[in-house]
Design a protein around this ligand. Structure first.
Ligand code: SAM
Length: 297
C-alpha cells in the first residue's frame, strides 16, 4: 500500500495545479478575520528538497515548478494566481532557484494567521516522521496538529470546526483502486456533517475508469446537495504508451490531473481561466497539452 512517496513527484505539474488552486482558495478564505481551520487529509512529508535523493531520481520538478522559475520570456507577466504560486514557492527559496519545495502543509501554514488551525493527517511511517520533524521546526505550538491516522476515516472529526469556516484538502495518492471510492465516501460524509465547508479534491487523470468517474460522481454529489462546484484540469502530454527505438514500451509519467472543488471561492473560476492557459503552455511536454475549467451550481 505504501509504495507511493510524494518526494519523487514534488513540484511536478500536478503540484503546480494543486498548489495554485490551494493558494488562491486560501487567499480568498483568509480575507475574513474569523478563524479558519484547514484539514489536510493526506499531508505528505510537508517539505521537500528538490536536489535531494528522491526528487533527483525522477526530477519531476524540472518539468514543473522549475520551468516557471526559469521562464524563457520573463517579461510576459504571469496571470495573478500563477504569479502568486511562484511568489509563495520563492518565499521558501530566497536564493533564487527552486531547491526547496513546500508541500501543502507548509504552503498552508505559510499563509495562515495566528487565529487559524491546521490539521494534518499522514499515515506513511517515514513521511509521518519527516512531517513531524519538519513541523517541529516551525514551533507552531497548538496551531498545527499532526495525526498518524487514516485521513479518510478520521478527518471528519474536525468538522464542523467551532468557527464553522474550513477548507478540506483531500489529496490521496490513489495507489489503490479503492482510494477513488473512499474519496467519494469521505466527501459525502463530510458534506453531511458540514455542508458549508470548502472541499478541494485532487485526482490523477489516467486511463482507468475510476479516475474518469470520480469528477462525474463528485459533480453529481455537489449538484444533488445544491452546492456550487468548480472543476479544473491540466494536461501536459499524451497518455499513450510510447515504444522506443528498441521496441520497448514505456508508460508515460502522469499526463494530467484535476482539481474538483465544492463551495469554491466565487472568484476562483475567473482566476483559473486566466492562469490555466499559461500553465498549459509553460508546462507542455508535447502537443497534447490542454486545460479545462468548468463550474456550476
Ligand atoms: N498533500 C500533499 C502535498 O500537496 O504536498 C501531498 C500528499 S501525497 C499526494 C499523498 C500522501 O498520503 C502520501 O504521503 C501517503 O503516504 C499519504 N497517505 C496514503 N494513504 C493515507 C491515508 N489513508 N491517510 C492519510 N495519509 C495517507
Amino acid at each position: 500500500m505504501f509504495s507511493y512517496r510524494h518526494a519523487f513527484h514534488a513540484g511536478n505539474h500536478a503540484d503546480v495545479l494543486k498548489h495554485t488552486v490551494l493558494i488562491a482558495t486560501l487567499d480568498y478564505l483568509l480575507e475574513k478575520d474569523a478563524p479558519l481551520t484547514v484539514v489536510d487529509t493526506h499531508a505528505g512529508a510537508g517539505l521537500y528538497r528538490l536536489d535531494g535523493d528522491y526528487a533527483g531520481t525522477s526530477g519531476e520538478a524540472v518539468d514543473g515548478v522549475q520551468r516557471l522559475f526559469a521562464r524563457p520570456d520573463a517579461s510576459v507577466p504571469l496571470a495573478d494566481a500563477l504569479a502568486r504560486y511562484v511568489e509563495v514557492v520563492r518565499d521558501f527559496n530566497p536564493k533564487g532557484d527552486a531547491r526547496i519545495y513546500p508541500g501543502s502543509p507548509f504552503i498552508t501554514h505559510h499563509l495562515l494567521r495566528d487565529q487559524d488551525k491546521l490539521k494534518l493527517f499522514e499515515l506513511h511511517p517515514t513521511d509521518a516522521r519527516s512531517l513531524d520533524a519538519n513541523i517541529a521546526q516551525l514551533d507552531a505550538g497548538r496551531q498545527i496538529a499532526v495525526l498518524r491516522e487514516d485521513g479518510f476515516g478520521s478527518a471528519t472529526k474536525f468538522l464542523p470546526p467551532p468557527s464553522r469556516r474550513a477548507l478540506v484538502l483531500c489529496d490521496p495518492s490513489y495507489e489503490i483502486k479503492s482510494d477513488y471510492t473512499r474519496v467519494l465516501d469521505f466527501v459525502t460524509g463530510a458534506l453531511k456533517r458540514f455542508a458549508t465547508g470548502t472541499y478541494a479534491i485532487w485526482y490523477p487523470i489516467i486511463p482507468r475508469p475510476e479516475a474518469h468517474d470520480l469528477p462525474r460522481r463528485l459533480k453529481t454529489l455537489a449538484t444533488k446537495a445544491g452546492k456550487p462546484w468548480l472543476h479544473a484540469t491540466l494536461t501536459v502530454k499524451s497518455s499513450k504508451i510510447v515504444t522506443d527505438s528498441s521496441g520497448a514500451k514505456h508508460r508515460p509519467g502522469l499526463p494530467a490531473s484535476g482539481m474538483f472543488l465544492i463551495n469554491p471561492p466565487y472568484t476562483l473560476k475567473a482566476q483559473l481561466q486566466a492562469a490555466l492557459p499559461q500553465m498549459a503552455e509553460l508546462l507542455a511536454q508535447d502537443r497534447n497539452a490542454a486545460f479545462s475549467v468548468d463550474g456550476g451550481g
